[in-house]
Design a protein around this ligand. Structure first.
Ligand code: RFL
Ligand code: PHB
Length: 384
């Protein structure tokens, strides 16, 4: 078997890459370890930057997103018994975000790939990448797939990054001393916009998926398990962290999804080796506070598509050679923003009274200075 681009992983990065390449007449095969049902059900991100929405719409996979996605013109910061709105329409006119579940993006992309006769294979468990320096190929289940290029879109725990020889990559990482418990509940959102809440009990986030489904996150200890969090405990803690301003009541409902996500940051440089190019979580992850992970994956794929198009249409490898450098500028901006949002809003060491004063001082600054609020807004909606 032979294809131009062998893609490992059918998450947002791998599927979007395959779709964008198809639109430019470049062939690809996507190999995914999990089943189609599993990847379509996997609950993750929810916030799409303007640039991500534009990419999906321009690629012809945005019809349902435009119909069902919830456009937002601001977010709320809640702390110290006060509520403050960061107003995108005023601070970054014409730019906003859309709340639309990552698994809905994945469903739309899979449907588009299959409808166009794309080769997406699920439940392929033993993919390995070989001969990365020249004439690369993938093996799986006794088969061999020769490719011009391999795209490692297999997430943080995938096989593509570890297939790069030792010593090539420089790794930068940070683990946070807490995790997020995320839940989905069948209840109308209690707020029109997302609420990022800082309290002495820890951080809480009120997000949503639709007019009838709400999404919540709670800062929990790093070793927490969802089993320790029966529904009543979750609602009590969400109320304690969110019902902190006059007149706000949190509506409750049936919780139908629960999971704990570690909070970690990671970047591997460069994002390429020989004919292997890493995109999305395979190369970098951010803590979810800034809602950047999926958006970074989409941005990588945009850069890679341009580079591959040029390579296959003219033979010029210049854009491929500078792929990592082009992506890393945005990656590091998002790393900084995610670190900053995380540091601002979470409870760290309970003995660190000095650190708490710094957080509150910065929150006061962000909510009272237009310059500071604009910094938050332009990073949140995504820098161009
Ligand atoms: P994915 O989505 O992890 O997809 C990788 C795919 O590769 C498959 N795979 C393999 N396939 C074949 N062989 C192997 N050996 C393989 N190993 C793995 C996997 O099964 C999977 O299908 O990576 P991708 O495509 O790079 O996409 C990245 C995003 O998923 C991720 O950055 C975001 O979900 C992060 N994130 C958020 N990002 C945002 O932009 N906005 C948000 O609001 C946001 N919230 C979040 C988040 C991530 C979260 N979790 C659970 C990590 C909230 C949470 C709670
Ligand atoms: C989500 O809705 O899943 C979500 C929203 C904002 C974040 C992270 C996750 O910062």
């Amino acid at each position: 078997m032979r294809t131009q681009v062998g893609i490992i992983g059918a998450g947002p990065a791998g599927l979007l890459l395959s779709h964008l390449l198809h639109l430019r007449g470049i062939s690809s095969v996507v190999l995914e370890r999990r089943s189609r049902a599993y990847v379509e059900r996997r609950v993750r991100a929810g916030v799409l930057e303007q640039g991500t929405v534009d990419t999906l719409v321009e690629a012809g996979v945005g019809a349902r997103l435009l119909r069902e996605g919830l456009p937002h013109q601001g977010i709320e910061l809640r702390y110290d018994g006060q509520s403050h709105r960061i107003a995108f329409e005023k601070l970054v006119p014409g730019r906003s975000i859309t709340v639309y579940g990552q698994q809905e993006v994945v469903k739309d992309l899979i449907a588009a790939r299959l409808e166009a006769g794309g080769d997406v294979r699920f439940e392929i468990e033993d993919v390995a990448a070989h001969s990365l320096e020249a004439e690369p190929y993938l093996t799986f289940g006794g088969e061999r797939l020769d490719c011009d290029v391999i795209a490692g879109c297999d997430g943080f725990h995938g096989v593509s990054r570890p297939s790069i020889p030792p010593g090539v990559l420089q790794v930068f990482e940070r683990d946070y001393p807490f995790a997020w418990l995320g839940v989905l509940a069948r209840v109308a959102p209690s707020s029109e916009e997302l609420i990022y809440a800082r309290t002495e009990r820890g951080f809480a986030l009120h997000s949503m998926r639709s007019p009838t489904v709400s999404r919540f996150y709670l800062q929990v200890p790093p070793d927490a398990s969802a089993d320790e969090w029966p529904d009543e405990r979750i609602w009590a803690e969400l109320k304690a962290r969110l019902e902190t301003v006059p007149g706000f009541t949190l509506e409750t409902g049936e919780i139908f999804e629960k999971g704990v996500t570690p909070m970690r940051a990671f970047v591997a440089e460069p994002m390429q080796y020989g004919r292997l190019y890493l995109a999305g979580d395979a190369a970098h992850i951010v803590p979810p506070t800034g809602a950047k992970g999926l958006n970074l994956a989409v941005a990588d794929v945009r850069v890679l598509t341009e580079a591959l198009d040029r390579f296959f249409s003219t033979g010029a490898a210049d854009l491929l050679d500078s792929y990592s450098e082009s992506c890393l500028k945005r990656v590091w901006r998002a790393q900084h923003f995610s670190w900053w949002m995380t540091t601002l809003l979470h409870t760290f060491d309970s003995d660190d009274a000095y650190g708490r004063r710094l957080q509150l001082s910065y929150l006061d600054y962000v909510t009272s200075s237009e310059a500071a609020a604009t910094t938050l807004a332009e990073n949140y909606v995504g820098l161009q």
